[in-house]
Design a protein around this ligand. Structure first.
Ligand code: ADP
Ligand code: TRP
Length: 331
């Protein structure tokens, strides 16, 4: 059984893009592997959140992941800052992380450009913290998107460097978890390529959106007067609606609107109504669970405690061995 680990940034609510692009795979992954899922709240400090926001965001993410089906009995679900061992390993890795290589990381360069007033050391050393997250449990597989590939490569560099330096085959060298199929890219509602929380208003449908909000967002999606010739190629924004439909609607419904399109008889209003209702059928049970879990602090606290305990066990073992290896030995 592989040890698989994924970190989740506590930023904003989950949308359909996050669900179909990531969370759905996590739910499947936890059936076949020893999975660790953690909420990366140490990482959040690079953007200086207020204590109330930080706490609220961590709770929101925990609630939404549990609501979608991450199972605290099957997986180890924990909050990063509950494991000070991660901070210790981060410190140790930083001693062998070089300014030059850290400064060359794309995400760092981007952040430095975007927030020149806050280019802190935490941003620079983000890759060593992420490496600590991964190797503290000796994870071998990490599900990452394109934007995280370079960070994973840095993790390999740091793990190999440690092994070489202490002449031990200690840390496994982690690689990307392969879902075995093409990753889906969920398009947004505003005609832009991708559903995302930082895209325009109304682009994303959140799992916590109520039916009225979903209907409003979908009905506002960009369409046009319709095709003028049979079997005409679809413009991107129409293709996007079909892609969304394929995720939530029945194959029959998709085929029906497809045919209507090809016959130049499509009524986009009807198609969007159908799409909105099918999204609602899909999201409504999740939204109900989100509400229930939000109002159940005892359960959340139990999940966090249980996760921290399990994660601790594995982290404590690794850090104990690391201390011995590097020469922090008891007298
Ligand atoms: P956002 O783009 O809203 O900021 P994140 O960057 O926090 O979302 O993404 C978290 C996870 O969800 C990543 O694994 C990412 O690949 C996945 N994801 C986000 N948006 C989409 C999308 N539109 N289609 C597919 N996967 C997505
Ligand atoms: N950097 C990841 C992101 O931005 C979050 C993350 C932190 C992570 N530590 C990790 C992901 C360890 C995988 C493994 O999405």
């Amino acid at each position: 059984m592989e040890i698989v680990l994924s970190g989740i940034r506590p930023t904003g609510n989950l949308h359909l893009g996050n669900y179909f692009g990531a969370v759905k795979n996590f739910i499947k992954m936890q059936e076949e592997n020893k999975c660790f899922f953690f909420i990366a709240d140490y990482h959040s400090l690079t953007t200086h959140p207020t204590p109330a926001d930080l706490h609220g965001n961590v709770k929101q993410v925990l609630v939404e992941y549990l609501a979608t089906g991450l199972d605290p009995e099957k997986s180890t679900i924990y909050i990063q800052s509950d494991l000070p061992e991660i901070a210790e390993l981060y410190l140790i890795l930083n001693m062998n992380a070089y300014m030059g290589e850290l400064e060359r990381v794309t995400t760092f360069k981007e952040k430095a450009r975007k927030q020149p007033e806050n280019v802190n050391a935490g941003l620079l050393t983000y890759p060593s913290l992420m490496a600590a997250d991964i190797i503290i449990h000796k994870a071998s597989k990490v599900p990452v998107g394109k934007d995280q590939e370079q960070h994973l490569e840095m993790t390999r560099t740091f793990a190999r460097r440690f092994n070489r330096m202490y002449k031990e085959d200690f840390f496994p060298i982690p690689t990307a978890y392969n879902f075995g199929e093409e990753l889906v890219k969920v398009p947004g509602l505003d005609g832009s390529g991708k559903m995302g929380k930082s895209e325009g208003e109304g682009n994303a449908v959140f799992l916590a959106d109520d039916p009225t909000t979903i209907r409003k967002k979908v009905m506002r999606a960009l369409t046009d007067a319709g095709p003028t010739e049979p079997n005409q190629q679809k413009p991107d924004y129409i293709d996007n609606l079909f892609s969304l439909m394929k995720l939530v609607s029945s194959p029959d419904a998709v085929a029906f609107f497809h045919e209507q399109y090809n016959k130049c008889a499509i009524r986009y209003g009807d198609m969007k109504k159908q799409l909105a209702e099918d999204i609602i059928v899909f999201t409504e049970p999740v939204r109900q669970r989100i509400i229930e879990l939000s109002n159940n602090p005892e359960y959340l606290s139990k999940v966090a405690r249980m996760g921290a305990e399990k994660a601790h066990e594995s982290a404590r073992k690794t850090i104990g061995e690391v201390r011995e290896i590097i020469g922090f030995r008891a007298f």
